[in-house]
Ligand binder design. Sequence first.
Ligand code: TMP
Ligand code: ASP
Length: 241
Amino acid sequence: MPEKYKKVNQIYEGKAKKLYTLKGYQSLLLQEFKDDATAFNAQKRGEILNKGIINCELTTFIFTYLAKQGIRNHFVKQISPNEMIIKRLKIVPIEVVVRNIAAGSLLKKTNFKEGTLLSKPIVEFYYKDDLLGDPMINDSHALAMKIANENDLKVLKQMALKINLILKPFFLKRGMKLVDFKLEFGKDITGKILLGDEITPDTCRLWDKKTGKKLDKDRFRFDLGGVNEAYAEVRKRITGK
Ligand code: TMP
Ligand code: ASP
């Protein structure tokens, strides 16, 4: 790590990342990506080879691309293979999921069969709370809990749908269908909402365009085998490495 950024305190350790404060930079944080993988609210645990490096590279690449397309986000710069500098945000405790094709938990809430193309994207909110197991909530739940206001919810939905419009062709050009994905947002010191967290095969379902092969964390979640290879393949298709 260049002398310029000196880690001070670890302020958060999640399932896949750690966050540190930095000496002399009040409004920035260092985000470190781990190889650890968990699923089903950490009931299943493991490691994915080079995941920290791969997810740091992919998030760098995708957030840089999104910024160029006008999506405000927390990414500042990558400073090592698995570390990046980000803007410090006050996280909105809502996970925003966008779905283009039926898969995953949608199959338990609807009669859609896996692989059904949805006529328009579905946007869902989940309350970020490990003890509750991140339950799905609607706008009224979010307003009642005062975790977001009406305008925040409108911005979250608008930004999520715009990101979907940008990322669908981005992945398709690289031979992958963007089935669904999860986003997190936060507010900067001025109160503006920015995209935060990461966009990686941990947080997206990506299916090979031709064969339909799953190239994401579902290989780990459901013991499909070839987990490391899938992450390496996505890395190659996006970064060329
Ligand atoms: P789901 O079908 O299990 O609800 O997942 C929808 C999308 O959200 C999928 O692309 C995986 C991603 N996701 C996360 O990033 N973190 C999570 O904790 C969960 C449950 C899903
Ligand atoms: N990462 C989440 C967990 O461990 C869930 C998932 O991605 O499936 O709970």
